[in-house]
Each structure stands twice: as structure tokens, then as C-alpha cells.
Design a protein around this ligand. Structure first.
Ligand code: ADP
Ligand code: MG
Length: 681
């Protein structure tokens, strides 16, 4: 079996070196790859319609006789058009092909075929243009449709898969043990492989998919749990004394109970422990996660170690640097900043002091994890806005010390089912309480035609001393165009509507010192209005800002809108979020209305997951999870089932190192290797 899986596809008949290279382009090198190359869609040929019943515009499968041989004729541009008339006992329809000189050989007059395609109409009546077809002897089936590449069509792939399946023995080893399969009603791997490619009907396809999806999620689930239990050795960091109480005396406010709980969780993770902390602090935007991180950093530093705090953007790193510097003003903690935009000489001197240990608290961006950065004795690594970092980056920061403690912070509320997997390797503290005196942000939807009224409203707030963000429309072509649009938007405002109001502009293409300059001015209320692209999405904290206007709100995901909205409502003022919706569609409206109905990030995340899938939690950002081949993070039901199956497996087999789980373990390794994440060892 194993050797069959590894056999190169070129050993299959009909696949020479050239074709094998094309398969390679799709990531298919071996027979195993081929079997795991699941169809991207299916054509349902199992329900055959009568020609008399067809509706224009629909895609159907018909069973019909080709009346007379296909006729070829030449049309403009030297193209060949091939036509034929097919009929069943209810009517007839024309089939049309372009530039396919083999059609008349493949379809014979007087023979009966299945035809599958979209039904259109022209002056001659009903037709199918370029339908796919197969002889009646093929039977009524569901046909797989594979992702193709230039020179390699779905049909060729399907032929190869058919050969590969024929080579498989009747019974093959199954990573899911029999007992597990029978308890959860999952079919065998052999059956599933067969039916995912060539299902007899809908039911067999569903069963195959259920089995494969469940297996993949179980493998991921167990792999993540294993990372948590085994991935890290003993920590050399010795935390003997708790400095939380002392830290609290620096604060201008008292911690909320939820903050106290989270900080206490962290301290109990690290006090007199040899296993390193792996904790996620999850709390909605504005819930006050930064001080929790600061409190743990303080404890670690006072015990003689260094702490590192990594933020995803320069703006955010700079802001945290200022917060920390202020907090630790009258202490022995030496705070420094390390970001990519510092001058080379500045970076060098920070790195030197870091390696020597004179800097005890370092705040920075990805610059912290480059090879050049060394620590003297890193005791704690903190990552802010975890969804912006991958598991691999987290691991890189940890590698800067000897199994230092890890604290990750996330404002992205992830639905529980998904969180269990994504953060399967972390313990979780949830901050479910906002600091006192916060007024919930009022959210409204407006159309572009109401913009004038919105500007008047901003003006009134500005007169009161407040500030506003305006998030510019995203022009979808790319970042440079977004920036151009933002520049234009800001220029227009400065010249016309807000010619007497200080307007700033910040976007992702600016140099970081320029960005910093603008942000500093906004923080100091030297700008009343800040026009921005989504660079302000994460973390930025200006409590005096009370309005955020989001242009083209319909182009954002709900979770992203929620993050953006989190830029206001951070102080004692009533704040407003104005979503400008340029689309009149009902679906969009409903989606945006979720924003008006709730300020609860978790509810929004659930809605988002239902409506858009998990893309918004990860986007194109690297989340560090393995790439899934069939399962889908948005499929809550399967996530739940896989959780149960994984629990059951661990209950029955103690841990994944038991012999019955040998094959499953191989699958875990395979999945995690593919994703570039850690593997088992
Ligand atoms: P986030 O959880 O989004 O990272 P921050 O840590 O930036 O939130 O905190 C948001 C704001 O709330 C900051 O201005 C911070 O100083 C303030 N804050 C945090 N905790 C409290 C508290 N317990 N009482 C009052 N204000 C607080
Ligand atoms: Mg934050």
C-alpha cells in the first residue's frame, strides 16, 4: 500500500513525462497525491431530464439520440462550428461545438448519449453549447470535476484517478480505527476514496465526504493538542515572586475583575513552574489587554528576566512602547523599541543592549524575530493581535530564549468550535468585561447620498473637542490604488468640506516615521479628523475619538468592521460608528445590520463565520495552521463532530502514541508538514 501511494504518476498508463510534469503543476507527483486530489465540484448526471422539460439557463443532463451525423462548417475567422440535432421522446435540441475537429468522430449519428450542459436559446431554438457527453454504457453517475491546468483537463485527471483506484487492494489500512468508525458511523477509507471521486449517488458522496472531512479535522485536532502537551520542554525560567500588587500601584485606574482574573491565570502559570506558560488572553476590542501583558512582563522582569512584546504593525508597536514607557517610568524597568524603520545604527545599539541584558523590556515588530536579534535571558514572549501572526512566528520568538513563557493576546473573537482547534495548543483566559464608564458605540447604516449630513455631524463633534476617523473606500485593484483613493479623498475633504478643520492622512504605503508623525498628531488632538486605510484596524488607542465613518462598509467582513469600530468608544464619550453602504442589495444590508444589533464580538464572529466562512479570521494572513484539503473551518457541525471523535479516540487509546494509532499519527505528521507547522517528535 505504502509503496503504491509513493509510486510516481508516470507509472500509470497514458501518463508520460510531459503529462507527469503537468500533474506536478497541480501538486500531484505520486499515486497517493492523486488519490488525495479531491474533485473541486461534481456534475450530477444521476438525474436525467426530458428535453421537453428543460428550462433555459439551467444546467441539465439529458439522454438523447444524435439524429444524423454531426456537420462541420467554417465560420468567420476560420473557426469550425460543429452542429447536430439530438432528440428524446419529448423533444429535440441542437448541440453546438466550436473548433473541435474530433467531435464528428466521437459522436456517431444514430447513437444514444448522455449530454450535460447549460441550456440556451438562439433563433433556431433550444441548444447546448459545448456540452460534455458520455456513452450510455457509462451509466448514470455523478461525475467528478477536477481543478485543471493548461494542457491537463479534468477528464484526463479523472481517468488517471480511475486507474489508481483500480490498483488499490480491496482492503487498505485505515487511519481511523474500526471501533471509532463504527461508533460514529463513518465509512472506511477505501470506500471513501472510491466515492469521493466516483460516487454512485448523492448519499454515497455525502458519506465519503463526511468520513474524509472528519478524519482531516480529527488529525488536525489531535495534532494541535499534541503540540500543546509535548511540543515544549521544561522552562528554565524561575519565577519566585508575584509583583502584580506592586504593578497595580502604577495604574491610573483599577483593573476590572476580568482583567484581574486573566492576570492571576498568567501568574499562576509561571510561578514556581517548570512547564512554560502557553496562554491566550482573548478579549474584545477595548477590553484592556495591554495592561495585563504589562503586569506579567513586570513580574517576569522583577524576577530577573527579559520580556518581549511583539506587535503586528509599527504604529501599534510605537503606541505600546509609549504606554509601557509611561507605566514603568519610575521603576527599574528599561523599556526599548525595536522596529524595522529604526535607523540601522539605532537598531544595532538596541540589539547590543538586548544581548547584554541592559534592556529588560523590548517592544517591537517582526524585527524582534530576525536572526540578528538576541536576548540575554528572555523569560516571557508576548504577541499582540495573535491573528496577525502565525504559529511559526510565535515559535521563532520563543526560540530566542530557553523555553520562555508565552502569552498571546487576541481581540479576534473566534467561535468556540474553531477556537478549540486553532488555539488547541493554548490555555485560554477570556476577558468578558469592559472597563467601567464605557458607553456602547452607536452604529448606524447610511447611504452615500447622506454624506453631507455625516460631515455636519462630524463637525459638531469636533467643535465639542472630539475626533473622528474616516476609513476610506477600498478600491479592490490593490494597495497602491487604495492609497491613491485615500489621498484623493483626504485632499478633497481638506479643500472643501473641512477646509477649516485639521485633517490628517495615514496609509500603509507611508514610511513609518511619517505614519508615526501623523498618529502622534492625532493622539495629541492636533488633527481632528484622520483619514485612513485599514492600517488603523488593529489596536490603535485614542480615547478622545468618538466617530468612525467607514466608507464602502459592504466591502468589509463583519469581524473587520468590528475591529475598526473598536477604534472608538474607548473613552468616556458616547461614540458612533457610521457605516456607509453603497450597495442596495438585501443581503448586504442584513449583514451590516448585525453590526447595528450587537456590540458583542463573539456574536459577530459567529454571524461572520456563517455568512462568509472563516476567511475573515485569517484572510490571506498566515495563521500557521496546516492547509486543509477537504475540510472547511466554517463547517461548524463537522468541527463539533471531529472534537467528539478526537475526545473518544483519546479516551479509548490514552494518547496518540498507542500502537493502534500509528497510521493516524502518520497522517498528523503529513498534515503538519504540508502546512509548514511543527511536526510531532
Ligand atoms: P485592547 O484590549 O483592545 O488591547 P487596550 O489595552 O488598548 O485594549 O485598552 C483600551 C483602553 O482602556 C486603554 O486606553 C487603557 O488604558 C484603558 N483601560 C484598560 N483597562 C482599564 C480599566 N480597568 N479601567 C479603565 N480604563 C482601562
Ligand atoms: Mg490591544
Amino acid at each position: 500500500m505504502a509503496s503504491l501511494y509513493k509510486m510516481p504518476v508516470s507509472n500509470l498508463s497514458g501518463i508520460g513525462a510531459k503529462r507527469a510534469a503537468l500533474f506536478g503543476k497541480l501538486g500531484i507527483k505520486s499515486v497517493g497525491d492523486l488519490l488525495n486530489f479531491y474533485p473541486r465540484a461534481y456534475e450530477d448526471w444521476s438525474t436525467v431530464e426530458k428535453i421537453g422539460q428543460l428550462e433555459y439557463g439551467g444546467t441539465f443532463c439529458i439522454r438523447a439520440v444524435l439524429g444524423a451525423p454531426i456537420t462541420d462548417s467554417r465560420i468567420s475567422g476560420g473557426r469550425i462550428i460543429s452542429k447536430g440535432l439530438v432528440y428524446d421522446d419529448t423533444g429535440s435540441l441542437q448541440i453546438v461545438f466550436f473548433n473541435n475537429r474530433y467531435i464528428s468522430n466521437m459522436l456517431k449519428g444514430g447513437n444514444e448519449y448522455f449530454f450535460y450542459g447549460k441550456v440556451t436559446v438562439d433563433s433556431f431554438g433550444m441548444q447546448m453549447v459545448s456540452p460534455t457527453f458520455s456513452p450510455i454504457s457509462d451509466g448514470m453517475r455523478i461525475h467528478p470535476v477536477y481543478k485543471q491546468t493548461s494542457g491537463l483537463v479534468s477528464k484526463t485527471i479523472s481517468n488517471a484517478v480511475r486507474q489508481a483506484l483500480a490498483l488499490l487492494p480491496k482492503e487498505i489500512n485505515d487511519p481511523l480505527p474500526d471501533n471509532v468508525r463504527s461508533v460514529f458511523g463513518l465509512c472506511s477509507l477505501r470506500q471513501a476514496l472510491n466515492d469521493i471521486h466516483f460516487p454512485k449517488n448523492r448519499d454515497s458522496l455525502d458519506a465519503a465526504r463526511k468520513r474524509l472531512v472528519t478524519e482531516e479535522l480529527v488529525v488536525l485536532n489531535l495534532g494541535m493538542r499534541n503540540l500543546k502537551n509535548h511540543s515544549r520542554g521544561k522552562s528554565g525560567v524561575q519565577i519566585k515572586k508575584d509583583y502584580l500588587g506592586e504593578f497595580e500601584t502604577f495604574l491610573p485606574f483599577t483593573l476590572t475583575n476580568a482583567q484581574k482574573r486573566a492576570a492571576a491565570d498568567c501568574v499562576s502559570d509561571i510561578m514556581n513552574k517548570t512547564t512554560p506558560m502557553n496562554r491566550l488572553v482573548q478579549g474584545d476590542v477595548g477590553s484592556g489587554k495591554t495592561v495585563i501583558a504589562a503586569s506579567v512582563c513586570y513580574t517576569v522582569i522583577k524576577n530577573g528576566y527579559q520580556a518581549a512584546f511583539m506587535a503586528p504593525t509599527e504604529i501599534l508597536a510605537r503606541q505600546h512602547y509609549e504606554t509601557f514607557s509611561k507605566l514603568f517610568e519610575n521603576t527599574s524597568v528599561n523599556v526599548a523599541l525595536l522596529t524595522g524603520s529604526l535607523k540601522e545604527s539605532e537598531k544595532e545599539s538596541v540589539r547590543k543592549e538586548l544581548a547584554e541584558g541592559t534592556i529588560s523590556m523590548i517592544i517591537g515588530t517582526h524585527a524582534l524575530i530576525t536572526d540578528k536579534t538576541e536576548f540575554n535571558n528572555l523569560g516571557l514572549a508576548v504577541t499582540d493581535e495573535q491573528h496577525r501572526f502565525g504559529v511559526a512566528q510565535r515559535a521563532k520568538l520563543l526560540a530566542k530564549g530557553e523555553n520562555p513563557h508565552l502569552l498571546v493576546m487576541s481581540a479576534t473573537p473566534i467561535p468556540r468550535t474553531l477556537g478549540l482547534i486553532i488555539f488547541g495548543d493554548l490555555d485560554i483566559s477570556i476577558i468578558d468585561e469592559l472597563p467601567p464608564l464605557r458607553k456602547p458605540v452607536k452604529t448606524v447604516i447610511r447611504s452615500a447620498s447622506q454624506r453631507k449630513g455625516i460631515y455636519d455631524f462630524i463637525r459638531r463633534e469636533v467643535v465639542e473637542g472630539r475626533q473622528a476617523y474616516i476609513v476610506c473606500p477600498l478600491v479592490e485593484e490593490g494597495e497602491l490604488e487604495d492609497v491613491a483613493a485615500a489621498e484623493e479623498y483626504a485632499a478633497e475633504l481638506m479643500m472643501k468640506e473641512f477646509s477649516d478643520i485639521a485633517v490628517g492622512l495615514v496609509h500603509g504605503q507611508m514610511k513609518s516615521d511619517e505614519k508615526d508623525e501623523v498618529m502622534k498628531k492625532f493622539v495629541a488632538n492636533e488633527y481632528s479628523v484622520l483619514v485612513a486605510t485599514t492600517v488603523i484596524e488593529v489596536g490603535v488607542d485614542v480615547p478622545n475619538a468618538s466617530i468612525i465613518v467607514i466608507e464602502n462598509a459592504e466591502r468589509f467582513g463583519l469581524s473587520q468592521l468590528h475591529q475598526l469600530r473598536g477604534r472608538v468608544g474607548r473613552g468616556k464619550f458616547q461614540s458612533y460608528c457610521i457605516l456607509i453602504n453603497d450597495k442596495s442589495s438585501q443581503v448586504t444590508r442584513e449583514r451590516l445590520e448585525v453590526m447595528c444589533a450587537t456590540n458583542d464580538g463573539f456574536k459577530i464572529a459567529d454571524e461572520d463565520l456563517k455568512m462568509r466562512g472563516p476567511g475573515d479570521f485569517f484572510g490571506e494572513r498566515q495563521h500557521g495552521l496546516p492547509q486543509l484539503s477537504i475540510a472547511d473551518f466554517a463547517d461548524t457541525a463537522s468541527l463539533e463532530l471531529s472534537q467528539k471523535v478526537a475526545d473518544y479516540i483519546l479516551f479509548k487509546h490514552k494518547d496518540i502514541y498507542s500502537d493502534e494509532l500509528r497510521l493516524l499519527r502518520t497522517e498528523i505528521d503529513r498534515l503538519f508538514e504540508r502546512g509548514g507547522a511543527n511536526t510531532l517528535n
